[in-house]
Ligand binder design. Structure first.
Ligand code: ATP
Ligand code: MG
Length: 246
């Protein structure tokens, strides 16, 4: 029995080491792909701009439209590469676990959105129990909360005053935080896939974005030893839950 256990443990150790190497390789791959893609893209961007600036008289309307489309494509690809870089940074950054009360952080983030909230006629209610504590990397948690606020602001329903509720509660050894909005919501069947890189349920023409915010949020939560998940009904808003060690 003891020999069997030892064998099993050795196999688990070996498998974990293999997985760590594979993960490391994937990180390096994503990082260098993003970096190396930027150089040729800068070339296409620069030359297509020169074409429009210096050779525009040689182009007819259709030719101009083609070059403008090339430029739009390169700009979009530039944004996607930047997003991939941001994601791989979250994967590689050294995270620190500090005990912190999220209240100040949340208030800071809400204040940071004040202009946009005012413009949208939105109200935010923050309701947190006193002395709530989470174990989290301050920068990582702030980024998660900012991404959730960003989405709550973006996916509002036209003609409906936006209402965002931020709450929290303490469990036995974990703390929950949530961000709830009364926006367009989404079909519950998509509650998992929205956390994948570049997965979006809306067209970029209707709601700008590339679909990286929630992927970064999930990566950050995993790395902090926590979880993120969402609940929603189409047309009735969405709630995003965060669970972190207390
Ligand atoms: N609060 C929300 N209400 C309704 N749908 C949401 C909400 N948050 C996210 N979604 C859906 O999940 C998709 C993925 O969200 P995510 O934040 O990753 O990307 P994005 O906001 O579209 O783009 P980016 O974050 O890169 O600007 C969104 O495109 C949207 O379809
Ligand atoms: Mg987003």
């Amino acid at each position: 029995m003891r020999r069997l256990n030892a064998e099993l443990e050795a196999r688990v150790r070996e498998r974990t080491a293999q997985l760590e190497v594979a993960n490391q390789e994937l990180d390096t791959f994503a990082y260098s792909v993003s970096h190396d893609l930027k150089a040729p893209l800068r070339g296409i961007d620069g030359y297509s701009r020169l074409l429009l600036e210096d050779y525009v008289q040689h182009l007819d309307d259709e030719g101009r439209l083609f070059v403008e489309n090339i430029r739009r494509g390169t700009q979009r690809m530039g944004v996607l590469i930047d997003d991939l870089l941001a994601y791989s940074r979250m994967e590689r950054r050294v995270l620190h676990r500090n005990a912190l009360d999220p209240r100040r952080m949340i208030e800071g983030i809400v204040t940071g959105c004040a202009d946009e909230l005012c413009m949208r006629g939105a109200t935010v209610r923050v309701s947190l129990p006193a002395a709530l504590q989470v174990q989290a990397d301050p920068e990582g948690l702030a980024q998660v909360l900012r991404n959730l606020m960003d989405n709550a602001l973006k996916f509002g329903r036209a003609g409906v005053p936006l209402q965002i509720d931020i709450g929290g509660c303490a469990g036995s050894d974990t703390t929950m935080l949530w961000v709830r909005d009364n926006g367009i919501g989404f079909d519950p069947q998509f509650h998992e896939c929205i956390f994948e890189i570049f997965q979006r349920l809306q067209r970029a023409e209707d709601y700008p974005g590339t679909g990286i915010g929630l992927a970064i949020a999930r990566k950050a939560m995993q790395r902090m030893g926590g979880r993120i998940w969402a609940e929603s009904t189409p047309g009735q808003g969405a709630t995003f839950f965060l669970e972190l060690p207390a």
